[in-house]
Design a protein around this ligand. Structure first.
Ligand SMILES: Cc1ncc(COP(=O)(O)O)c(C=O)c1O
Ligand SMILES: [Zn+2]
Length: 403
């Protein structure tokens, strides 16, 4: 048995400061029901040595093993996830004066950034003795759970909204997960999943109801740091397509740990990009509210952004506010145009979610949130190769959009 060197010390609730033993399975805070977050003994890490040692490590997210929860190397379940490319776009006519790059997770195993969270969470689940996992999902998280559970030899059940795109639904089944289609959106899928699974002794892998997926998503921020630190430094702003918002929490978490380690020169401003037809986090940020209120009648062509009532919105709002970022909304039509431009002009295939940040560029520039000369990173969270433009146009024009 060999050790990863993980510095995980405990799980802590940010709402009520309750501390929980990380060696045992834990979902949410036993005291207040809030999200639990991993904390690490960062004082035991020599930051300079660690930074230098990264050069010789595997080109996967496991290169950051000290800052991940898995304790034994044989428990790391991997499909080669992480270290996705950072691609410069060159001049953008729609957003003149900005220096824009795309962090492209379209090539991750299972086609989206969800591989990051599930690789870490499934590894940790197996390590602490869990065998039977389930998740309600808009599609991509379900595919990632199915694949990593297969790789780990664990059982997986996936609850999908019935209008989940066929490629995602088929992939869950192909990886051997049990699939159940639920009428409604992710909120209804979650309710059905929890009701069905209640007495089964199975474990809920929903984001932020389980503490380790966000740790995997943290590697988005660690990679952005590592990929820019030796060149121009961290970008001024990161635009992220936001559904539940865990990715924002993960990146903020990364920057805060790097800051504790004395490695961070500045923190990029985090911008939450949401579809105009489902924007509960953007609404709460604009109103200065403490938490979200559920979005009535949610609609968008971006399945992963159809999250009308994100769980644990406080840490998501805090991630944006603490970095002096903001929110912005884009329409489905703007998302379609952005998908087209990214693919046909820049050679980057983005899903509707992943294209949303590109659509947000001119708006943030016009609003003065972004200024000429700034360096801006767009996060492409998933491949567009599983989407057909004709289907999306039909959904937009002739049929009611996803709801
Ligand atoms: C491709 C894609 N992008 C973005 C998101 C939203 O992620 P988050 O929960 O971090 O806001 C999802 C969630 O399903 C997704 O599948
Ligand atoms: Zn609590």
């Amino acid at each position: 048995m060999s050790e990863t060197g993980s510095l995980l010390s405990a799980l802590v609730c940010r709402s009520c400061a309750t501390e929980v033993d990380a060696a045992r399975p834990a979902g949410t805070c036993p005291n207040c029901g809030g999200a639990l977050f991993a904390v690490y003994r960062l004082d035991r890490l020599d930051a300079g040595t660690w930074r230098r040692s990264l050069r010789d490590r595997p080109t996967t997210l496991w290169r950051y093993r000290e800052l991940l929860p898995v304790q034994r190397t044989e428990d790391m379940v991997t499909l080669g996830e992480g270290l996705s490319p950072l691609l410069a776009l060159g001049p953008i006519p729609e957003a003149p004066g900005l220096e824009v790059s795309v962090k492209d997770d379209g090539g991750m195993p299972t086609g989206s950034f969800k591989a990051r969270g599930m690789a870490v969470a499934v590894s940790r689940a197996r390590e602490i003795g869990l065998r039977d996992l389930f998740v309600p999902s808009a599609g991509n998280a379900g595919v990632a759970l199915a694949a990593y559970a297969a790789r780990a030899g664990l059982r997986a059940r996936v609850y999908l909204p019935e209008r989940t795109p066929a490629p995602q639904r088929n992939a869950c089944a192909a990886y051997g997960a049990e699939v159940r289609a639920v009428p409604g959106n992710i909120r209804e899928a979650s309710e059905v999943a929890r009701a069905v699974e209640k007495d089964r002794g199975s474990f809920d892998m929903s984001t932020l109801r389980e503490p380790y997926r966000v740790e995997g998503k943290k590697t988005m921020g660690l990679e952005i740091f590592e990929q820019t630190a030796e060149h121009e430094g961290l970008p001024d702003a990161i635009l992220y397509p936001t559904g539940g918002g865990t990715g924002l929490v993960g990146m903020a978490h990364a920057f805060s740990e790097l800051d504790h380690l004395g490695l961070l020169e500045r923190t990029p401003r985090l911008y939450a990009v949401q579809p105009a037809g489902c924007a509960p986090l953007a609404r709460a940020l604009e109103a200065g509210a403490a938490r979200i209120t559920p979005w009535a009648d949610p609609r968008t062509i971006a399945p992963g952004l159809l999250v009308p009532s994100p769980f644990a919105s406080e840490p998501v709002l805090a991630a944006v506010r603490s970095t002096r970022g903001a929110a912005v909304t884009v329409t489905d039509r703007e998302i379609l145009v952005a998908m087209h431009l990214l693919a046909s002009r820049h050679g980057i295939s983005a899903s509707p979610e992943g294209a949303a940040p590109f659509a947000a560029l001119p708006k943030l520039l016009a609003r003065g949130d972004l200024k000429a000369g700034e360096r801006v990173l767009l996060y492409n969270t998933g491949t567009g190769l599983t989407f057909s433009r004709e289907d999306l146009e039909r959904t937009l024009g002739l049929e009611p959009p996803l709801r």
